[in-house]
Design a protein around this ligand. Structure first.
Ligand code: ADP
Ligand code: ASP
Ligand code: MG
Length: 406
């Protein structure tokens, strides 16, 4: 008897080499033999995507985003084919499909495309034939047949979106750590695995730098209640469940500490303090696809003020160029940039009902003599911009201060 459908996603580290691919094939086959139907989403081998980005940069640092997508999507095409071959070798039927072959239709925003529609006909036909379906993560196609990618870490989104469309009983995300930890276990070895975490907390952690899950994938999971299980592809241990509500939630105020080193700061000096100025600056930036993360405006002196904001380091050059253009329009002062910062955050739904959390965070940083350059808060997180050289020290100090290793 069939037991239902599971979507399994294997990240780059889980398919880094031939042995890893063979290990993944064995796991997939063992599930199939237990009676599950399987749709398997795969990322590019190891660091392939980074290598491809690097190659493109060497050829043209300002490469066309359409061509970048053409290039980056090849990584996943390699891994799906190899995994299918490894499964065939174990004697089972499998078929690999690209995003376009599945019919993952996206908008035309190359390198960060949004999924509009997924057609599941081809997948369902293959499943009916008893085949294991292997889908290239991270990619789709526009209505004009141009290949797109879904933003870095986008295979998570492919998996969650397919799990939703196919009404899978589970969406398993296999990676190189045993689940979601209280902080990146590569930075703090004392980090503890979390058994269950809410969509809200995971979304906040992912948006603030915990790369273990792509933030957009959690947004979709939350919207459609897709059950996610993040676990290791290297052992059989249960990992972390990402769910709507964690009942019997222990009184934790801070669930985790996150770090984002991929951020940079831009400051516009002497901005005229009058209505419409901020609207103009940030409209222009967002209109050019630049995502502004944190904004601080100083108290105005003599009808002038300084505005600082952060953007992803990768878009710094473009953002500075554009900001200079706007400041000329506004007759504002100098534009300064700083690519030596990091954003450190604490996340937890318990913060809503507790006082003094921010003060404790600032104290932990000051005890390590770390200067805070910017602060921003949401109802379930507090973030500070600090010097990048202090990033790891700050993670460990906060992890310790909030007793997360206990
Ligand atoms: P994959 O290749 O499987 O998609 P990623 O590299 O995208 O894997 O994500 C896994 C990595 O995320 C881990 O190796 C770990 O270093 C990092 N990470 C950052 N924050 C966390 C966290 N809070 N819990 C677990 N892993 C984390
Ligand atoms: N290979 C893509 C990346 O490295 C997608 C993914 O791994 O999820 O971003
Ligand atoms: Mg990933």
């Amino acid at each position: 008897m069939r037991k239902g459908l599971i979507v399994q996603k294997f990240g780059g580290s889980s398919v880094a080499n031939v042995r890893c691919i063979q290990r993944v094939a064995k796991r997939v086959v063992s599930y199939k033999k237990k009676g599950y139907d399987l749709v398997v989403v795969v990322s590019a081998l190891g660091d392939t995507t980074d290598t491809l980005v690097d190659l493109a940069n060497q050829i043209n640092a300002d490469a066309s985003e359409r061509e970048l997508d053409m290039l980056l999507s090849t990584g996943e095409q390699i891994s799906v084919a190899l995994l299918a071959m490894a499964i065939h070798k174990l004697g089972l039927e499998a078929i690999s499909l690209t995003g376009a072959q599945v019919g993952i239709i996206t908008d035309t925003n190359h390198t960060r495309a949004r999924i509009i529609k997924i057609s599941t006909d081809r997948i369902r036909q293959a499943l009916l034939k008893g085949q294991i379906v292997i889908v290239a993560g991270f990619q789709g196609i526009t209505l004009n047949q141009d290949i797109t990618t879904l933003g870095r870490g986008g295979s998570d989104l492919t998996a969650v979106a397919l799990a939703k469309e196919l009404k899978a009983r589970d969406c398993e995300i296999y990676t190189d750590v045993e689940g979601i930890f209280t902080t990146d276990p590569r930075i703090e070895t004392k980090a503890k695995k979390i058994n269950a975490i809410t969509y809200d907390e995971m979304l906040e952690m992912a948006s603030l730098g915990a790369q273990v899950m792509q933030a957009r994938s959690i947004e979709v999971a939350k919207k459609f209640d897709v059950p996610i299980h993040v676990r290791s592809s290297f052992n059989q241990k249960p990992g972390t469940r990402i769910i709507k509500e964690v009942r019997k939630m222990e009184e934790v105020v801070v669930r985790g500490v996150t770090l984002n080193k991929n951020t940079a700061k831009i400051t516009i000096c002497n901005v005229p303090d009058r209505p419409g100025v901020a609207a103009l600056i940030f409209n222009k930036l967002s209109g050019s696809g630049i995502n502004v993360e944190m904004i601080v405006q100083n108290v105005s002196h003599l009808r002038q003020t300084d505005i600082s904001f952060t953007v992803n380091s990768n878009s710094l050059v473009k953002a500075v160029k554009l900001t200079k253009k706007i400041t000329r329009l506004l007759k504002a002062g100098e534009v300064l940039q700083d690519n030596n910062i990091a954003c450190i955050s604490i996340v937890g739904v318990g913060m809503k009902s507790h006082h003094g959390v921010a003060a404790t965070m600032f104290e932990a940083l000051s005890q390590k003599k770390i200067n805070i350059e910017m602060i921003s808060t949401s109802d379930i997180s507090i973030s500070c911009i600090i010097g990048r050289k202090h990033a790891e020290t700050a993670v460990r100090a906060l992890h310790d201060k909030f007793g997360l290793a206990k």
